[in-house]
Design a protein around this ligand. Structure first.
Ligand code: ARG
Length: 294
């Protein structure tokens, strides 16, 4: 397009936008539209612009929590949560990228905008709901106690005066802190659950309290550690949700819709079976807590 004709045109129309619309409507080329500067002719100026590159949502996950999230030999982040969020994203037509993120401070990454969502076997709690938003629940869970095979522990109350390992800031930490009291020095807080379990093996703690799925998985894969599992009905049922920055209802709704879709079309059940060997309870299409312990 030439300068003089553009100037003439601008004078004539007074509005760049109007110029674009007119030219898109097939007005002659002597009043070229300044917007699609590289368009070879008026016809292609009228064509739909190429879609903007898809936004990739960054997902934070503490990948030391098999079978929900862990790193395989190749360093890829894999697990139940990863499959669920990947399937949900596919339904929602968005892209996701998982980034291994330490549990400590994982929720701050949402507030700071470093992560768009967190999937990390996160229990939905009233306290957390004050600072972040959650998807609808996607997994039922509860606490379990791991002890050495020769331990005398038979119930949660037996841990009152024992050295108990937990992952810092988890619901396991919460229940043990409540049992022993805030000032107890016997609650040993570790940065990851596997480290707490290693400490149990080494004899540094006498029990570990953590989510059922993770305890069961660890014991199944570390026969040499000689642990036994103690369950206690007094633990309140928990549910996992995907966490979003507080107020990000747009993303929350996208993922809720996707979650509903994968529950409805059987994808959720397939993923569940892959990790837990049986179908989830029909009602919520979320896992019956007992399923994780087989
Ligand atoms: N469900 C527990 C909680 O929300 C523990 C989750 C820990 N997750 C992890 N990937 N380390 O507190």
């Amino acid at each position: 397009m030439t300068q003089p004709s553009t100037r003439r045109f601008l004078k004539f129309s007074g509005l760049i936008l109007a110029g674009f619309i007119l030219s898109a409507c097939g007005k002659k080329a002597d009043a070229p539209a300044p917007v699609p500067a590289s368009a070879p002719d008026a016809a292609s100026a009228a064509a739909a612009p190429p879609p903007p590159p898809a936004k990739v949502y960054v997902v934070g996950t503490d990948a030391a929590y098999a079978p929900f999230e862990s790193q395989n030999e190749k360093g890829d982040i894999v697990g139940f949560d990863i499959d669920v969020v990947t399937a949900v994203a596919q339904k929602a037509g968005v892209e996701v990228k998982f980034i291994n993120t330490p549990w400590e401070g994982i929720f701050n990454t949402l507030t700071q905008g470093d992560r768009d969502l967190v999937v990390s076997a996160v229990t939905i709690t009233d306290e957390r709901k004050q600072t972040m938003d959650f998807s609808t629940p996607y997994f039922d869970a509860y606490q379990l106690i791991a002890v050495k095979a020769n331990s005398k522990v038979t119930k949660f109350a037996d841990l009152k005066k024992l050295k108990v390992g937990v992952q810092n800031g988890t619901t396991g930490d919460e229940v043990v802190t409540k049992l022993q009291g805030k000032t107890s020095t016997n609650v040993k807080r570790f940065e990851s659950t596997p480290i707490a379990l290693k400490e149990l093996e080494a004899g540094g703690v006498e029990a570990v309290v953590a989510d059922n799925g993770v305890i069961v998985n660890y014991v199944a894969n570390n026969a040499g550690s000689q642990f036994k599992i103690v369950s206690d009905k007094s633990f309140t049922p928990e549910q996992y949700g995907i966490a979003f920055k507080k107020g990000n209802t747009e993303l929350q709704e996208k993922f809720n819709k996707g979650l509903a879709d994968i529950k409805a079309d059987g994808t959720y059940a397939t993923i569940y079976k892959k990790y837990f060997g049986e179908a989830p309870a029909a009602a919520a299409a979320s896992a019956p807590a007992s399923a994780a312990s087989q």
